[in-house]
Design a protein around this ligand. Structure first.
Ligand code: AMP
Ligand code: GLY
Length: 431
């Protein structure tokens, strides 16, 4: 089977690596792909942009592509799945109407209200003065979100009223996020521990993936600006069996049935960002309509099942009869970023040590890399994700930390505390 995989980040490298292990997959074309993907067996790359729908479908039709798997949200929100579906091409990813769950935070909030899904109380504004009046009424801490896609940067968790007002002014007055910030959602600050919950959905049924957590803040101790994610691990100990049951019953299943009721059934990976409070009650922070990056990297290292079988079951509507097997081991992914990320990417810095690092039990997924002459160099904010499997989270972390130290480039930045919550819980359990 020939698979077309859309995207070029660490998440897509991990998808390509895992799909290539399927005996049913003969060839994977990644569009546009990245250097790391092009080095995997069975994988070649085509320089087609993720939003060039005509070029992508022309390629799929001309090359007998059996299934297209979409990594990032932008083409989904713009209707790539609708375009492929009209041409009779099989595609894994929601249509534009369902992808609004990620494409518009205001839409997502109204959806949750409509279907009784637990989330922070909120209000939606396009008028600056009304937004400022609401802030005065609610006080801080409070959270301001640009409505549209902003690559993880359109959220301000304001600790003071001043910060909150600045964020509202930046979005509604100074158009800092352009169209994406012309509408803002202002919501209650939720206390608790975050977790990422990902389920594969076939329109009706959902197959929960293993649990995971990521670290969105740039710096150690979860401080500094929000990023796309600085590291992730699986499993997430905060999601106990009882919490998972609650998440499925009260959040994931009502989301999937709400989408059906609204006439926008969802096929693809549904990612629910959750805040879990001290009473183990989960509320939705955000929806994503695709796999998480970097959650996918550790998750797929733990997956024992054939990923293609799962993807096909989702597209064919047979997930009810499908199970996924996961290793009991823990996995962790540590992102190596350019020192100025998220403000600015790294460019043209030579990368060393990958081969040596991969001699240990770890796999290095590429995100922002390029070849300059014969040298692998940086090209982007998040450059690599060093991912390791271990007997427990502490063991996995030790392996990944050592590899993250070996791989090097000028002005490398990474967090040495990825997974600290899970490690602390493990230490407590062992006392
Ligand atoms: P989002 O893009 O909506 O996931 O927001 C990015 C990050 O901001 C989340 O991962 C949280 O760490 C934080 N955040 C967003 N909304 C809230 C909230 N209502 N309460 C507390 N933290 C939040
Ligand atoms: N790691 C968070 C995300 O993929 O949005």
């Amino acid at each position: 089977m020939h698979i077309l995989l859309i995207g070029n980040g660490g998440r897509e490298h991990a998808l390509a690596w895992k799909l290539a292990q399927s005996t049913k997959v003969s060839k994977i074309t990644a569009a546009p792909g990245n250097i790391g993907m092009s080095q995997e067996p069975k994988v070649s790359v085509e320089p087609i942009a993720v939003t060039d729908f005509t070029a992508l479908s022309d390629f799929a039709l001309a090359n007998a592509v059996a299934l297209t798997i979409v990594g990032p949200e932008v083409p989904l929100v713009q209707g790539l799945a609708d375009h492929f579906d009209k041409l009779g091409l099989k595609v894994l990813g929601p249509k534009a109407a369902a992808a609004q769950l990620e494409g518009s935070k205001a839409y997502a909030k109204e959806f949750m209200q409509r279907h009784g899904i637990p989330t922070a109380t909120s209000a939606i504004f396009t008028d600056k003065n009304k937004a400022l009046a609401y802030l005065n009424e609610k006080g801080a801490p409070i959270v301001i979100k640009a409505d549209g896609l902003a690559a993880g940067k359109g959220v301000v968790v304001a600790q003071t009223l001043d910060e909150a007002k600045q964020a509202v002014n930046a979005m509604l007055d100074e158009a800092l996020f352009g169209e994406a910030g012309a509408t803002v959602v202002i919501e209650e600050f939720m206390q608790g521990e975050e977790a990422s919950f990902i389920a594969l959905v076939d329109g009706v049924h959902c197959l929960p993936f293993a649990t995971s957590q990521d670290h969105k803040a740039r710096n150690e101790g979860d401080t500094g600006p929000n990023t796309g994610g600085m590291g992730a691990y699986s499993p997430a100990p905060v999601v106990t069996d009882a919490v998972q049951k609650h998440i499925m019953t009260d959040i994931v299943e009502p989301t999937v049935s709400g989408l059906i009721k609204d006439g926008t059934p969802f096929v693809g990976f549904l990612y629910v960002g959750l805040m879990i409070d001290k009473n183990n009650q989960a509320r939705v922070v955000e929806y994503n309509v695709r796999l998480g990056d970097p959650e996918t990297q550790p998750l797929l290292m733990r997956l024992d099942s054939d990923l293609l079988d799962l993807c096909e079951a989702a597209v064919n509507g047979t997930l009810a009869n499908t199970e996924a097997q996961w290793k009991t081991d823990s996995a962790i992914g540590i992102v190596l970023a350019g020192g100025d990320y998220p403000a600015k990417g790294s460019n043209g810095e030579a990368i060393t040590g990958i081969e040596q690092a991969e001699k240990t039990a770890c796999k290095i997924f590429h995100a922002g890399t390029a070849m300059k002459a014969d040298t692998l160099v940086t090209q982007g904010g998040r450059v690599l994700c060093v991912t390791a499997l271990g007997s427990d989270i502490s063991n996995a972390k030790d392996i990944a930390d050592a590899a993250a130290d070996i791989v090097d480039f000028n002005n490398k930045h990474y967090r040495k505390d990825i997974g600290y919550r899970a490690v602390n819980r493990l230490d407590q359990d062992q006392v």
